[in-house]
Design a protein around this ligand. Sequence first.
Ligand code: 5GP
Length: 201
Amino acid sequence: MKKKTRGQLIVLSGPSGVGKSTVISELLSERTDIYFSVSFTTRQPRVGEADGVNYHFVTREEFEQMIANEELLEYAEYVHNYYGTSLKVIREKLDAGIDVLLDIEVQGAAKVRAKCPDAVLIFIVPPSFEELSRRLHRRATDQEEVIQGRLRKAREEYQQICNYDYLVVNDKVSAAAEEIIAILTAEGCRTKNRMNFVEGV
Ligand code: 5GP
């Protein structure tokens, strides 16, 4: 099989509580050839999170320096913290023919769309908005006003769904991961992604 020349940039977004991280873990266990981009953030690490694994945790000053140096493909401010994607790492992987997955929120996704029109944008939703509320309440780690804030944010994020190429429903994690794998398979079969098979004919 001829190796493709460029990797596929994949953007995954979805509201807090939809189970995005679990779907991503399932996806990456099936598609071990995908590189998951570790973002930079100014937020504090949560219990169990490690620097360089979940995020690169940096100070506000360090982040602003990265913005000034144009080191980020995209960045956004989300709930009082910066989040951003390293341009250098992404470029290296894509140039090497490796698919790259970004887990980013809607403002960042819009910036990726503008800069990289070939990126595949996928939004993950729960089976219903009521189910999202149930999932956020079930976590029981947050106070009611925090949960209400997340639901408000989710409503705002839903307004951006029309800018995404695909909508995946996370009812069952394995089924959602399978849908994403099917999307990526179809994207890989696009004529423009297969021209290396017909060149020189
Ligand atoms: P959390 O703090 O829960 O890990 O992430 C909050 C939000 O930031 C999530 O919606 C996540 O997708 C988003 N996010 C994580 N990394 C990035 C990034 O590099 N850029 C942007 N724009 N959003 C990010």
